[in-house]
Design a protein around this ligand. Structure first.
Ligand code: G3P
Ligand code: MG
Length: 244
């Protein structure tokens, strides 16, 4: 059965990466949610996709140059719809507490960090995960190899997942070197062979981001293990249950 992961929560119904989007996904039956983790300038992990504030908040500038006090004062809902005016940017800690009580599987995508802050950033993220989450249902994803490398150095027992757009042989070698469980690649660059190459090396294969049932049908034929979906109607797409 293909695992269906709500990408940034129910992002078509509520502002992405907010508690409103996560609870909307949960209420519709999602058992897996993906979100993006970034650090503020004072090393507070927050949930936000973009490196800058403009698209999804009323702030501006790079997230990693803002203190948490500034982040806390921003409106992360009005850009989406006036009904969500005043929605806040969640702290990772808030999301982890909710994950534990809702028992949902959380795929934490750790967004790229500069080398200067990477070790301290991962320390604070891991501390919060161990203290607050149900760690049986936490996955750590990254496009940044250095993040996965550091997690391995720290002997983190949490499953590691490499995300790439177009999976090449070197990505498979990299994922093996840091003992990943899964490799995610973009729907725009997958084919039967690329999925098989990933699985033949013992990794699970995830694909982001799926918008239509027809794409799911195709991926079912490739025996893909997990898909990231934006539209919660795809949670119940019948074809998804036909995977291996
Ligand atoms: O793991 C990959 C998935 O999260 C897609 O990437 O850019 O939406 O964070 P993005
Ligand atoms: Mg992401």
């Amino acid at each position: 059965m293909i695992v269906r992961i709500a990408h940034r929560g129910a992002k078509l119904e509520a502002p992405e990466n907010t508690m409103s989007a996560f609870t909307a996904a949960f209420n519709q039956g999602a058992t897996n949610i993906e979100c993006d983790v970034r650090l503020t300038s004072d090393n507070v992990p927050i949930i936000m996709h973009d490196a800058t504030l403009e698209r999804t908040t009323n702030g501006n500038g790079p997230v990693d140059q803002c203190t948490y006090q500034t982040i806390q004062s921003l409106d992360a809902g009005s850009w989406f719809h006036e009904d969500f005016k005043g929605t806040s940017i969640p702290q990772l800690s808030e999301l982890l507490r909710w994950q534990k009580q809702s028992d949902i599987a959380l795929h934490l995508e750790i967004k790229p960090m500069s080398p200067e802050v990477l070790n301290a950033g991962l320390d604070v993220i891991l501390k919060q995960v161990y203290a607050l989450a149900n760690t049986e249902k936490i996955f750590l994803l990254s496009f940044q190899y250095a993040v996965l490398e550091r997690l391995q150095e720290l002997n983190s027992p949490l499953p590691r997942v490499l995300s790439v757009f177009h999976c090449q042989q070197q990505d498979i070698e990299n994922a093996a070197a840091v003992n990943c469980r899964q490799i995610n690649s973009s729907y725009n660059h997958v084919c039967r062979k690329s999925i098989q190459d990933i699985q033949d090396r013992g990794f699970q294969a995830g694909v982001f981001t799926i918008d239509h049932g027809a794409q799911i049908q195709e991926l079912t034929q490739y025996n893909v293990d997990a898909v990231f979906i934006d539209d919660m109607r795809l949670l119940n797409e019948n074809t998804l249950s036909l995977g291996r």
